[in-house]
Design a protein around this ligand. Sequence first.
Ligand code: ATP
Length: 249
Amino acid sequence: MTASDPVIRLENVYTAYEGADRPTLTDISLSIGRGEFVVIGGPNGAGKTTLLETINGMLHITHGKAVVCGQDVRGDGVQVRCRVGYLLQNFAFDPLTPFTVEEVVLMGRYGTIGLFRKPRTEDYEAVKKSLHLLGIEDLAARPIGQLSGGQQQKVLMAQNLARNPEVLLLDEPFSNLDMFAREEINRLLARLVGSGITVLIVSHAFDDLPDRPVRVVVMQEGKIVVSRECPPKEVEQIVRNAGKGPSHA
Ligand SMILES: Nc1ncnc2c1ncn2[C@@H]1O[C@H](COP(=O)(O)OP(=O)(O)OP(=O)(O)O)[C@@H](O)[C@H]1O
């Protein structure tokens, strides 16, 4: 894989949930470069989460070709997930979860630590750096289940960053965050994209995007109906207007 190769390449991909009699995603083609910031919009049930989980190798691709970070998703989803961070929508820890924030962030390193091995100094350093990036060092020793929804969301973001991902998939990452936290995370995302990480973000709110050109992808009924680059201030209008006809760039 060379630096100019797309980091995500989907060609005519169909994805089906287990036991479903027809695919949820149909004929998805998408090419995303390194360091792109991609906003995925569309109505409830359009397939936005399904698209993220397809890229992450978590769902069954019935047809088509999917290559992420140079790995064939259909062949080796585990390898893909070592390089791709995924922040789930509305995930909340049980109040009795027996892990501290530091331990939860360290779990982001498990793919590189290896089975039954002890974390190394570099793993603890990656954890410390991620906690710092999210401004939550003071929460390190707190039990995760006793934090607020917004604090838990930041911890999960830190966990994803701790694995040094090439791609970050974020499903409604701002849903639990206050205005200041949203601005902070946006600045962080802009920095990550500037350093070459590719960010895909599913959102219903488009007023907090970084001040740089983005790619807007709009989904409807399991298909991509728009995929084009635009200034961030145009995203909301493009999502609203979608459905009037396909437009790919
Ligand atoms: N585990 C599942 N098994 C079967 N079908 C599912 C499953 N999860 C989602 N679906 C279906 O797949 C379709 C797309 O769902 P998806 O969650 O990807 O939509 P979305 O665009 O992310 O919606 P929202 O904006 O509400 O989060 C929906 O029709 C949904 O019912």
